[in-house]
Design a binder for this molecule. Structure first.
Ligand SMILES: N[C@@H](CCC(=O)N[C@@H](CSS)C(=O)NCC(=O)O)C(=O)O
Length: 301
């Protein structure tokens, strides 16, 4: 098991917060605070977030959207730590400037730019971010076969301040897909939050028809690594095509139209999706195998 600068504090507990996404007002939800001081922040991309903080709060969380590929990027930071260490999950090249200006505006110190997998529909922003912010490390699973500064494996912990993410292998959409789950413990966010990449989408799942995909793997990894999390765990996918923003383990175990079926039915559903290949696949996959820095790679001929 690998742990990156892992530290724990038992004195500080996660606080409740309220998120309101502009594309889906109905997705506004809250965690009942014990003792809250509410304040509001308006970010420059037009999304409005209200954050209620208690004296024990620490996680800053933002869900950011890239509309061409319907990709979600997630910003997480330990806001109680003096350095405000932060990480981005699944940044998109086109929105790197937006995301970094938010990081700057909030006074965060970005330490990791991470991917859940090698994306086929857009180019990752991790390479661009590394070129713009000194000291940021790119992170991806070792099983992805992609280049990065840090390769994670199942069971690894990625620390940012006193918070951490746990790595779970969720292959099937691609062989190297992982889900990043907030830590388990009294000083970690409650409910837990899982960033599922394309393994589990809201009322759906990632396709399994290219890049080493396998419906058998997807079915088994979601059931063993995501559906075993507490039912209230919040699930945040890398994409949504219908305007949804978040779901829970309990909700998907009941309402997911694919993953609630038996394995044979699931396989048949996946074989008959008949989705067109992502428009950018031929550009995106080679670029993402080198962290989105394809133009800087030395040419071999
Ligand atoms: N039309 C889009 C690609 C849409 C697509 O294939 N999405 C993937 C995730 S991105 S590789 C997927 O797994 N979809 C599952 C589903 O059920 O929609 C494009 O051209 O980029």
């Amino acid at each position: 098991m690998l742990s990156f600068g892992f530290m724990r504090s038992t004195a500080i507990r996660f606080s409740p917060f309220i998120i309101n996404h502009p594309s889906s007002p109905s997705s506004c939800f809250s965690f009942s605070p014990k003792k809250t001081i509410a304040f509001a922040l308006r970010s420059q991309m037009g999304s409005f977030t209200t954050l209620s903080q208690s004296s024990s709060s620490k996680l800053l969380f933002r869900q950011l959207f890239e509309k061409e590929s319907s990709t979600y990027t997630y910003l997480l930071a330990d806001f109680s730590h003096p350095d405000k260490p932060a990480l981005l999950i699944d940044p998109v090249d086109k929105n790197v400037d937006r995301d970094l200006s938010l990081v700057r505006e909030l006074g965060l110190k970005l330490i990791y730019a991470m991917n859940t997998h090698v994306h086929a529909d857009h180019i990752t922003g991790t390479g661009l971010i590394k070129g713009k912010v000194t000291g940021v490390k790119s992170v991806i699973s070792r099983a992805s076969g992609s280049k990065a500064d840090v390769f994670v494996e199942p069971g690894d912990k990625i620390s940012f301040g006193n918070l951490f993410l746990e790595v779970r292998a969720t292959p099937g959409h691609t062989a190297g897909c992982v889900t990043y789950v907030t830590g388990d413990g009294p000083d970690q966010p409650h409910p837990r939050m899982a960033f599922t990449g394309d393994a589990l989408l809201i009322r759906g799942c990632g396709r399994t028809d290219f890049q080493g995909g396998s419906s058998e793997q997807l079915y088994n990894s979601v059931h063993s690594q995501i559906f075993t999390l507490p039912k209230e765990t919040l699930l945040y996918p890398a994409h949504d095509y219908k305007g949804f923003t978040v779901t829970t383990v309990g909700e998907e175990m009941v309402y997911n139209p694919r993953l609630t079926k038996d394995e044979e039915t699931f396989r048949s559903i996946m074989q008959n999706l008949n989705l067109a290949y992502p428009k950018m696949i031929d550009v995106a996959v080679p670029a993402n195998m080198v962290c989105g820095l394809q133009d800087l790679e030395p040419k071999t001929n």
